[in-house]
Ligand binder design. Structure first.
Ligand SMILES: [Zn+2]
Length: 151
């Protein structure tokens, strides 16, 4: 049996019936349509910056940049086996607390002022992990630049 479908139809993954792409469930067997598309324009899971209000300043990215810089410095120092002594301990403390903190506050600003809605938990954890935080910090600032045009 040859199955035919129109341009706006897809085949049901369960029963193989041709069903409208716009239908969420297959009318024949009731299984969810994998190719279901809402046809765009519907809100819902689209990030809406106006849902967020924040009085956080837009300068937290300086902290993100400085924190990332500190970690680069620490990694370079570790690679060179140079002992930074007490200063090194202080830098670790500043980097470890400062970077995730800056990321946390900056995200409040970013999601209220751009279409980007960063996942707070993920970014804070990434910015607290050794080595990973250098990449995360750079990626964060790059993405921030894309959506906000700054820094
Ligand atoms: Zn079906």
């Amino acid at each position: 049996m040859t199955k035919q479908k129109a341009a706006d139809e897809v085949f049901c993954r369960s029963c193989g019936e041709a069903i409208k792409q716009a239908s969420e469930l297959c009318p024949n067997c009731g299984v969810r349509n994998d190719n279901y598309s809402r046809g765009g324009g519907t809100a819902g899971d689209v990030h809406d910056p106006s849902r967020y209000e924040t009085s956080v300043s837009d300068t937290w990215w300086y902290g993100v940049a400085a924190g990332t810089g500190i970690w680069v410095l620490l990694v370079l120092a570790a690679a060179a086996s140079s002992d930074l002594g007490a200063a090194g301990g202080l830098l670790v403390l500043i980097g470890w607390v400062g970077l995730p903190l800056s990321v946390y506050f900056d995200i409040q600003y970013v999601r209220a002022n751009s279409e980007w809605d960063p996942n707070v938990g993920v970014w804070v954890v990434l910015s607290a992990l050794w080595f990973v935080n250098i990449v995360a910090g750079a990626a964060y600032l790059y993405r921030r630049h894309q959506v906000l045009g700054e820094p």
